[in-house]
Design a protein around this ligand. Sequence first.
Ligand code: NAG
Ligand code: NAG
Ligand code: NAG
Length: 304
Amino acid sequence: MGMVRAASFLLLLALLAAADARRQKGGETACDKGWECSGSRFCCNETITDYFKAYQFEELFAKRNSSLAHATGFWDYQAFITAAALFEPRGFGTTGGREMSMKEVAAFLGHVGAKTSCGYSLADGGSLAWGLCYNHEMSPSQSYCDDSNELYRCAEGVEYYGRGALPVYWNYNYGIMGKGIKQDLLNHPELLEQNATLAFEAAIWRWMTPMKRKQPSAHDAFVGNWKPTKKDTLSKRYPGFGATMNILYGDAICGKGSIDNMNGIISHYQHYLDLMGVGAQHSGDNLDCADQVPFNPSSKSPDS
Ligand SMILES: *[C@@H]1O[C@H](CO)[C@@H](O)[C@H](O)[C@H]1NC(C)=O
Ligand SMILES: *[C@@H]1O[C@H](CO)[C@@H](O)[C@H](O)[C@H]1NC(C)=O
Ligand SMILES: *[C@@H]1O[C@H](CO)[C@@H](O)[C@H](O)[C@H]1NC(C)=O
């Protein structure tokens, strides 16, 4: 190539590098996108829409509109993105560079896919293609009202069966979550099966919020913000996907050896990593929770 062409090529590289540096600096005025510029420490980081597109959502949840599914037409990409945007300034899908960010979205959606799946091994497309098949529990065996809870009393005529993207059960869990996302879920739990944005919002709130003080959120345990205490290491709790199952489901899933329910959640996570192009080989250390002692006893876990 000619000297002039080579020189202008170098100039272009230099300009690109400068633009890159400006993006990395994180100053309020340097960013050119929405929320990142409002003082969040994730300012200038990539957002979920940069690396997770509508077509990928369609691939992950390929069978959700099938005639056999139970929430046809309910779930969509935009609802997920709208809900996620509320939590991106706090680090959801924006922490630690592109690979970690993509892994976090795969991990979160892996939980969602496993919990809302109607797939079984002989299902069309395989059992992992059927996430977001449900938006509520089909045949609740009870109304999930704990009368002894004085803080979040059951509303009359309202049932608290499982609803949403990470199904919520019991009056007190609807109460706590409603406070978290500023919606009256105690009186209107049906919002989680009527509004996909709110269903995702509630689920991401759960992912981002510790169950108890001094415990990590699933987000923190996954992205590496959490440093295990001595007690944690003695309980075999280490950062990774396994700990997210421990936080979200406790002894319903964890500390029971290599059970199918646990493996099904891991399989969804790994399948989504493959579909997103990250690859299941990057699922990270401490993938399972087979030997972990639960953070909280079952009576306190939201899924019991
Ligand atoms: C499923 O339905 C939603 C909502 O109507 C739509 O946005 C989406 O494209 C559909 N996806 C598939 C895979 O059928
Ligand atoms: C994103 O934000 C976190 C927290 O401020 C930071 O550690 C990280 O380096 C940022 N950049 C990328 C590309 O993730
Ligand atoms: C779902 O809830 C959000 C947040 O309250 C609201 O902005 C939106 O309009 C609702 N969508 C529908 C379809 O009701």
